[in-house]
Design a protein around this ligand. Structure first.
Ligand code: TYD
Length: 211
């Protein structure tokens, strides 16, 4: 590893928790600190992964079975890691990623019932098991998250957002269990309240990683 390697931070959580707002605020704060920052997202973030994103998000519900879906997410991630994330870190930049492999573990695992071991195997094959330095899971009361997602999407939502409450509850429980199992890497942060207050909570977690 290059000594001046940047840091890789993923931001996770269910729909409507405010990930994109927070990513923008964090990027601005890190830039003010003099750091180069790349903000990216999954599925997507590289040309190949964006092509796979279109396949994943635009199909009718049930178009992909859970296994095919898990493979597609892993393939998209592989391209994203190779073409965008690792090169940026090697240049010494920080990478802020809207979702990463913990989303596959929570959605294709917790939500759709694949085993965590299988998801991690796909991640090992696709991305050599590459994991973020820090993963922040934004948590929000289910009703508030739904209301926020609805006002953002005008009630439309992509096919993941159209899934039922039971699915989203399983996803939320999966994120909580990952944080309990890996407390050093994965931190839960309360996403309620004013956006600026949430940003302050996030910056407090990033502070120990700053050069
Ligand atoms: P997106 O519109 O980016 O949603 P969000 O704003 O919630 O991040 O759509 C991404 C959807 O894909 C989201 O519902 C979560 C899901 N997803 C998975 O199921 N597995 C994954 O590995 C990733 C990265 C996302």
């Amino acid at each position: 590893m290059n000594l001046t390697r940047g840091r890789f931070i993923s931001l996770e959580g269910g729909e409507g928790v405010g990930k994109s707002t927070q990513l923008k605020a964090l990027a601005a704060a890190l830039e003010r600190h003099g750091l180069g920052v790349v903000v990216t997202r999954e599925p997507g973030g590289s040309a190949g992964a964006e092509a796979i994103r279109t396949l994943l998000l635009e199909g009718e519900p049930g178009f992909w079975g859970p296994r095919a879906e898990a493979l597609l997410f892993a393939a998209a991630r592989s391209d994203h890691v190779d073409k965008v994330i690792k090169p940026a870190l090697e240049r010494g930049e920080w990478v802020l990623c809207d979702r990463f492999h913990d989303s596959s573990r929570a959605y294709q695992g917790g939500g759709s019932g694949l085993s965590d071991a299988d998801i991690l195997t796909l991640h090992r094959i696709g991305s050599e098991g590459f994991v973020p330095d820090l993963t922040i899971v934004l948590t929000l009361d289910e009703a508030e998250a739904r209301a926020r997602a609805k006002s953002r999407d005008g009630g439309a939502g992509d096919r993941f957002e159209q899934r039922d409450d039971g699915f989203h509850a399983k996803v939320a429980a999966a994120f909580r269990s990952f944080a309990a199992a890996e407390p050093d890497r994965i931190k839960l942060v309360d996403a309620s309240g004013a956006p600026q207050a949430v940003t302050e909570r996030l910056l407090a977690l990033l502070a120990p990683l700053l050069p």
